[in-house]
Design a protein around this ligand. Structure first.
Ligand code: HEC
Length: 117
């Protein structure tokens, strides 16, 4: 999330600078502006979940953080995933239906595999 924040702040600065310099130049001699297209490649990020169970995670987990954020967490036991999903619901207010909690925990456990010893 921070990466995006920094990036858009950079864009805003560039834009502001561009407008300011155009205004100054315009006042002096009104030069003709030639716009040209630039092609840039933005950094990619795993914003969504893919693969088995990805759909239910995309439905209930992406309103607050990216898939990347979840995927970077360590593997934990099924019980701990249940605690984690309940925490998202009860502590952070994720609108996860009660009858989906076990299923989501199972999906997460299958994706991450058993915890490393
Ligand atoms: C309502 C917002 C919200 C939703 C929806 C949500 N989370 Fe979270 N999640 C959070 C917040 C807030 C944190 C804490 C972030 C931090 O500590 O920087 C967090 C942290 C986490 C963590 C890191 C461990 C921890 O406990 O801090 C995991 C793993 C996680 N969420 C998984 C999920 C999964 C899986 C889903 C979908 C089933 C989900 N979250 C849905 C808000 C949410």
């Amino acid at each position: 999330m921070n990466r995006h924040g920094i990036f858009s702040a950079g864009c805003t600065l560039l834009l502001a600078f561009g407008l300011a310099s155009t205004a100054v130049a315009g006042a002096a001699s009104a030069p003709k502006i030639h716009w040209k297209s630039e092609r840039i490649t933005l950094p990619t990020s795993d914003l969504t979940f893919t693969g088995p169970g990805g759909q239910v995670l995309n439905t209930y987990c992406l309103m607050c953080h990216s898939a990347d954020f979840v995927n970077e967490q360590p593997a934990v036991s099924l019980v701990t995933w249940k605690v984690e999903v309940n925490k998202m619901k009860n502590a952070f207010g994720a609108p996860i239906p009660e009858d989906q909690i076990d299923h989501i925990a199972e999906v997460l456990y299958q994706r991450f595999g058993p915890p490393k010893p």
